[in-house]
Design a protein around this ligand. Sequence first.
Ligand code: MN
Length: 232
Amino acid sequence: MHGTASNYVIEPLSIPAIPVVGTDKLFPVHRVYCVGRNYAAHAVEMGHDPNKEPPFFFQKNPDNLDTSGAFPYPSASSDVHHEIEMVVALKSGGTDIPVEKALDCVYGYGVGLDMTRRDLQGKAKDMGRPWEVGKAFEASGPCTALVPASTIGHPIQGEIWLDVNGTRRQTGDLNQMIWKVPEMISYLSGLFTLMPGDIIMSGTPSGVAAVNRGDVLKGHVDGVGDIEVRVV
Ligand code: MN
């Protein structure tokens, strides 16, 4: 059920949104889906066999996305990791979307970080508990403004990397994704009704590691853009 301004019993919050590059327009965010272990080398570094365990999805909250350029070190953790990812923004959705139609749903792309309380995520994994405390905390999704697919097309290969304080930490290529963007959209649409405003964070290459206050994270996705975030 969706209300109107006249029948909410408290003042509703505004809809979380991401800027669009080169405009004063905003992309309104509905849900944030994140794919886990979508680059084989990252699956291996996390102790998993990508041939036996396919990628899978979890979610962040829409208002966890943050384009401020500052990442406040979160509470309750002493092992917060960076994960550089390409961000996919949907302008349309549906259910059971065929792979060959999936890119029609894409509005554009951005560069994001799936910041992770690795210690809390690890405990959750050990105890068979959900991942929200490790993944879906405040400001856990730093990201750039979006660039429309009408401008850049649909990136399927090209470097994705992250430097911390000028040292390369993560490197990969978009063509190393186990599930490509159209496959992710199609798969998700078999589980959920995808909607305009949905965001997909498409997974991270290997090299994830801890960040500290004061670190400067600079990330890049070929053909999409660059992100710079300071840990505060
Ligand atoms: Mn991730």
